[in-house]
Design a protein around this ligand. Structure first.
Ligand SMILES: [Zn+2]
Length: 228
């Protein structure tokens, strides 16, 4: 009594195979991965741009302070008419200024180095975006060509299944679709060694009698239809 259903199930298994082929296409999976990579790189680029701007502003501010201190030192050096007493009293502040200037130079050079690192990182991200966009484009091309082959086949089988459904018992069909949805597959299984051909649960003699007289039963364990 299940001939039509078995025919339907065998066509449906073709559909499953095609759908798995489409979903399992590596280029399709890479598209999702690559778009995440590109999005992350783009936000990293914005982050680095802000970082570079902030670091440059700080560097310029520090450079300004450094230049002012240097001018001060030069004006102290130029003052030749200064008396020996005043000069002596100024020696310590002069020394302090020289010390400050040299520590500022160290800070400035380390800031300059970190700015150059930020810019290098920025360039790396930019190049990386271009490379990944190209990879994305290639994957997209490949996946559309696979879709171009598989989607018409899938549509055709779906149409055939739909027209077969008209002649199928709606109660059985609803049960079938529920099981297929929950990945219980295949739904119609033969009786195999007095057990369910799907989950292999052994049947009691009462249930075996029922299969033989009814032509089928619903498996108590997995819900599949076991046919005689
Ligand atoms: Zn079973």
């Amino acid at each position: 009594m299940f001939e039509k259903f078995l025919e339907y199930q065998s066509l449906d298994s073709q559909l499953l195979k095609l759908e798995r082929q489409l979903m399992g296409d590596p280029s399709r999976q890479n598209i999702a991965k690559l778009s995440t990579v590109i999005r992350n790189l783009q936000s990293k680029l914005i982050e680095l741009d802000n970082e570079a701007e902030k670091a440059t502003r700080e560097f310029e501010k520090l450079s300004g302070e450094y230049e002012k201190k240097k001018d001060l030192l030069q004006s102290m050096n130029k003052n030749k008419d200064i008396s020996v007493e005043t000069l002596q009293s100024q020696i310590s502040s002069l020394n302090a200024l020289v010390g400050e200037l040299s520590s500022m130079e160290r800070v400035l050079s380390s800031r300059a180095e970190s700015i150059s690192n930020i810019l290098k990182n920025f360039d790396y991200c930019k190049t990386s975006i271009v490379t990944n966009k190209e990879k994305y484009r290639m994957c997209k091309e490949k996946s559309s060509s696979i879709e171009g082959t598989l989607l018409p086949q899938i549509e055709k089988v779906r149409g055939e299944l739909l027209s077969m459904e008209k002649s199928l018992d709606s109660k059985f069909l609803a049960h079938y679709k529920r099981l297929r949805q929950s990945n219980v597959w295949p739904v119609f299984v033969p009786l195999r060694n007095n057990a369910c051909g799907g989950c292999a649960m052994g049947l009691s003699s009462a249930l075996l009698n029922k299969v033989h007289s009814n032509g089928y039963i619903e498996c108590e364990q997995c819900g599949r239809f076991i046919y005689d």
